[in-house]
Design a protein around this ligand. Structure first.
Ligand SMILES: Cc1ncc(COP(=O)(O)O)c(C=O)c1O
Length: 420
């Protein structure tokens, strides 16, 4: 039998990429970063590629909470929230998370990706779905979603899942957003941005975005995956950082970054959250978060709130890394723990990853489709777990690579922010 066309197209593309060294290596590890990692080949390296910013999943209290929940409830719910997978622990987590984020209500999903799908598609479609299934009053207009061009794939997935008209605005360009909003004035509009951009490490211009959205009657949603637990005087995220607590009506948080767990959350007013629970794909049509994850995140959240010193250590480490890079003439965008070193092509980024790994440091190359082919980078993430020696060691190795392969570092030196 002939190979079906779909497979043969795929195989041709695979062989083309493989022949050019463009398929990223599947590096496996035998341990998770502490930040030391034992790789599959037995070597031990220092990882600078985890989003586990505070290392909370290594804390005994967090492990004990997860273990107890595992014994009480086993490791999976095997049900969606609506079909009996709605453990009380999930409600407890929702309550504590909403309080922490200073939002009226929260809804927990099994991953952060699902939280974005649930939030974006849910808020755009729920009124129409209520009309279609139950005959409620029709929505006043066909909704529009306008999102920053660098938004995470899951936000784009939520927009595509919805029936709304989709528009993108230039990265962090509130003026262009205002021009677009003027075209859609009077429609039901959702504007979406990330609090801290996952690949560039820079923050949303939240003060301008809040002002522009308020002026045009648009709902602003912030995916605060990388801001929650890291930014703000109380760690509650980017809204708090900008003094805008209570001014961002819809937010998403992931439990997989600063909380060191797994899962996602949508935060908003009670009626919006109730509608998402009823109509959102990312919530209704998938199994609920396992008990041990909920228990672990509750424990992690309590540590985060009661021990500000953990976040202070993170920020000391961020400053140490960024100051060291600045001494080498490298000024990555942003000011936080996501530190992108721009390399240009996929091959250059992969080469840098390889050279660093040879020297005992693991920092992953980010290549398409996560970024555009000319904007490839190595994305360093620093955590509260890193020691000063490990950060200094990383800086020394970057310096070595700089002299060994100066062309690689040229772009990292000249780069001051991008739109992919
Ligand atoms: C900005 C952003 N939003 C959402 C997600 C999805 O989160 P999770 O990994 O918890 O599904 C990520 C993680 O990659 C992210 O960086």
């Amino acid at each position: 039998m002939n190979t079906p066309t779909l497979f043969s197209d795929l195989h041709v593309a695979h062989d083309w990429l493989a022949g050019r060294g463009l398929l990223p290596p599947e590096r496996r590890s035998e341990t998770l970063p502490t930040p030391l990692v034992r790789l599959h080949d037995g070597s031990t390296v220092v990882s600078f590629c985890s989003n586990n910013y505070l290392g909370l999943n290594h804390r005994p209290e967090v492990k004990a909470a997860a273990t107890q929940a595992l014994h009480e409830h086993t490791h999976a719910t095997s049900e969606s929230r609506r079909l009996g997978g709605n453990l009380g622990l999930l409600g407890q987590l929702e309550y504590e998370l909403a309080e922490f984020k200073k939002q009226p209500s929260a809804l927990i999903t099994a991953t952060g990706l699902l939280a974005n799908i649930a939030a974006v598609h849910g808020i755009l479609d729920a009124s129409e779905l209520a009309r279609r299934w139950y005959g409620s009053p029709p929505p006043s207009s066909h909704p529009v979603v306008i999102y920053d061009e660098l938004c995470h794939r899951s936000i784009q997935m939520g927009a595509r899942e919805s029936s709304a008209e989709r528009v993108r605005f230039r990265h962090n360009d509130a003026e262009q957003l205002a021009d677009i909003l003027a075209v859609y004035i009077g429609r039901a509009i959702l504007v979406v941005t990330e609090g801290v951009f996952s690949m560039d490490g820079d923050m949303a211009d939240l003060p301008s975005l809040v002002e522009v959205c308020d002026a045009h009657g648009a709902v602003l949603m912030v995916d605060d995956a990388h801001g929650t637990g890291v930014y703000g005087a109380d760690g509650s995220g980017t809204a708090n950082h900008f003094g805008l607590t209570g001014r961002v009506p819809l937010q998403v948080a992931t439990l997989s970054k600063a909380f060191g767990g797994m899962g996602g959350a949508v935060l908003g007013d009670e009626r919006t959250i109730a509608m998402l629970r009823t109509f959102s794909s990312g919530y209704r049509f998938t199994s609920s978060l396992p008990a041990e994850q909920a228990a672990a995140t509750i424990a992690a959240l309590r540590i985060l709130r009661s021990e500000p010193a953990v976040r202070e250590t993170l920020w000391d480490n961020v400053r140490r890394l960024r100051t060291g890079l600045a001494r080498m003439g490298i000024h990555p965008p942003g000011d936080g723990p996501i530190v992108p070193l721009h390399m240009g092509t996929p091959r250059a980024a992969a080469k840098f990853e390889e050279l660093m790994l040879d020297k005992g440091y693991w920092c992953v190359a980010v290549t398409p489709p996560a970024v555009s082919p000319e904007a490839c980078r190595v994305r360093l993430t620093v955590s509260a777990m890193h020691s000063s020696e490990q950060i200094d060691g990383l800086l020394e190795r970057i310096n070595d690579v700089s002299s060994q392969a100066p062309a690689l570092m040229g772009l990292a030196r000249s780069y001051a922010g991008s739109a992919t």
